[in-house]
Design a protein around this ligand. Structure first.
Ligand SMILES: C[S@@+](CC[C@H](N)C(=O)[O-])C[C@H]1O[C@@H](n2cnc3c(N)ncnc32)[C@H](O)[C@@H]1O
Length: 367
């Protein structure tokens, strides 16, 4: 069976659903809680939902948090359509971004409708229908143009990351590409049916925007778990690979939709620091200590990790080092093969499979 909701919006460093599903198949049990401290688009949280398990997701990127929330809500297609119709018919727009990039990226009427929805959701995004609409908008915001049945709002663009404005304008001008006059409502309807029309087990959990190295973030997680009289049994995650720190800048257009600036945001706030191997390893160690604090004895930690070409390191050594002097004991390290083209962290930096770094899955147990 294919699970459409997982694909609501791409996230270029996502891992395939098979990885968390495989871990849950092997180690999962009824009534367990699942956690991902670097949740990205919420693949782990979605896998937990498929297995009927509650989950927690943490990420410092607003895009990641918005997508993960959308993976565990319970909503019907008609609720999403109703809320969208209401917004489009009533919402006034106070700010429409100006300039060449915006003129070439979106047809004027399309941009007005995007801004209406953006402003309405920035004021209030509490209900499940609004959380679903927000993720649908993030997924439809930019991508390739098709001749038939348009699926994205933008001029020709990549789906997984937002192009830098100067480059994009040159690209569109050279090819004489005009932004398409698409029907925003009908794209949303189609996507709502595709992503929320499937029956899924009830979703339940908690998604936190925060830095997983920080105690403050985990104080919030602990408070939520205490309220549910629960502790975490399975952690499934993939930290940024050493040197991979452009999560916010590469998603600047989706970040704008979530209230960020109209220009590329190069900040790396709340992200693991990569200035030296030692610092990176220490930051990871803080995360492993934090997750241990909220986990049961015997909890499983499954980590997918790899490397990017720019920084020659052995991924296995980095993870082993980061787990030293923590409550976690490594019980298995296995190859996860080479990343698939167009999907994984390593792709951003390498052109051929030969240059890619093999990924590993590390399984550790809390002693
Ligand atoms: C490899 S991605 C995770 C992808 C995820 N497995 C998925 O399938 O989408 C790593 C994530 O870690 C997040 N991140 C980096 N540093 C962080 C930190 N200190 N605290 C929380 N999240 C962080 C990034 O924003 C990014 O979303």
């Amino acid at each position: 069976m294919s699970f459409n909701l997982n694909a609501i919006c791409p996230y270029f460093t996502m891992f395939p659903l098979d990885f968390p599903m495989g871990v849950l198949e092997t180690y999962g049990n009824n009534n367990q809680w699942v956690l991902d401290p670097f949740c990205g688009r919420g693949t782990t949280n979605f896998a937990a939902r498929i297995y009927g398990l509650p989950s927690i997701g943490i990420d410092s990127s607003p895009v990641a948090v918005a997508l993960t929330k959308a993976k565990i809500i319970n909503v019907r297609v008609n609720q999403i359509i109703q809320v969208t119709e209401k917004i489009l018919s009533r919402q006034e727009v106070s700010n429409i971004p100006q300039g060449e990039f915006w003129e070439y990226a979106f047809d004027r009427e399309v941009l007005v409708n995007i801004c209406k929805i953006r402003e309405a959701l920035l004021k209030n995004c509490d209900s499940a229908a609004r959380i679903a609409l927000r993720a649908i908008m993030l997924g439809a915001l930019h991508g390739p143009m098709y001749n038939t049945s348009p699926s994205y709002f933008s001029n020709q663009c990549p789906r997984t990351y937002a192009p830098k404005p100067g480059y994009a304008v040159r690209f569109w001008k050279e090819r004489k590409l005009k932004p398409p006059k698409v029907d925003v409502m009908s794209i949303i309807k189609k996507r709502a049916e595709r992503y929320y029309g499937q029956d899924l087990p009830r979703g339940y959990g908690f998604v936190v925007r925060g830095d997983s190295t920080s105690d403050k973030t985990f104080a919030r997680v602990k408070k939520f778990l205490d309220k549910n009289n629960a502790k975490v049994s399975i952690i499934i995650t993939s930290p940024p690979y050493y040197g991979m720190k452009t999560y916010i800048a590469d998603q600047w257009l989706r970040n704008w939709f979530l209230g960020g600036p109209e220009t590329v945001d190069y900040s790396t706030d709340g992200q693991i620091r990569h200035s030296s191997k030692e610092l990176f390893v220490n930051e990871l160690r803080k995360v492993w200590n934090n997750v241990a604090e909220v986990s049961v004895e015997g909890a499983i930690l499954a980590v997918r990790f790899g490397g990017i070409n720019e920084r020659k390191v052995e991924p296995e050594k980095l993870i082993e080092e980061s787990l030293k002097e923590t409550a976690w004991e490594i019980v298995e390290v296995r190859s996860a093969g080479f990343p698939k083209k167009g999907r994984r962290q390593a792709d951003t930096f390498s052109k051929s499979k030969k240059e890619m770094v093999e990924e590993i899955d590390v399984i550790a147990v809390k002693r």
